[in-house]
Design a protein around this ligand. Structure first.
Ligand code: NI
Length: 143
């Protein structure tokens, strides 16, 4: 890899279809430089990979919980879990999306192993339509 001014140049192969999908998304999202988008994607990939193996590290991020509130007991289950992990949860926001569907946005900060426990607890609750996790392992948060 030739290096110049702190930047490594790399080349790799992609299928034309994958490249086309990537370029379409970049255009839709208003990104003008492929390399900036790839840097961001690689950083996210590294962060996600780091998360699973650094159980003692600290992370900060959000959990999105889309669920049907008419499903019996689901609000109670979510509230119970929230109280169990109250030290991890900085804040949460509840949005009534439609007549039956709700979105909870949960902001968390704490040890990765506790975050993984909370994720597992959420996966056990029936009636959740979609879960999305997004974290950054923050070196500055480590004490
Ligand atoms: Ni609601």
């Amino acid at each position: 890899m030739p290096k110049e001014e702190g930047v490594s140049r790399v080349s790799f192969s992609l299928s034309p279809q994958l490249l086309s999908e990537f370029d379409n998304i970049c255009e839709t999202m208003g990104y003008e430089e492929r390399s900036k988008v790839l840097q961001m994607a690689i950083r996210n990939f590294i962060t996600e990979s780091e998360l699973s193996k650094q159980s003692d590290a600290n992370a900060i991020g959000t959990i999105l919980v889309l669920y049907n509130h008419e499903k019996r007991g689901i609000d109670q289950s979510l509230t119970d879990l929230g109280h169990t992990y109250r030290k991890l949860i900085i804040s949460s926001l509840h949005i009534h999306l439609e007549s039956e569907n709700c979105l909870n946005i949960i902001v968390i900060r704490g040890e990765v192993k506790k975050i993984i426990e909370l994720e597992q607890g959420l996966r056990k609750i029936s009636g959740i339509i979609q879960l999305k996790f997004s974290y950054m392992v923050a070196k500055a948060l480590e004490s």
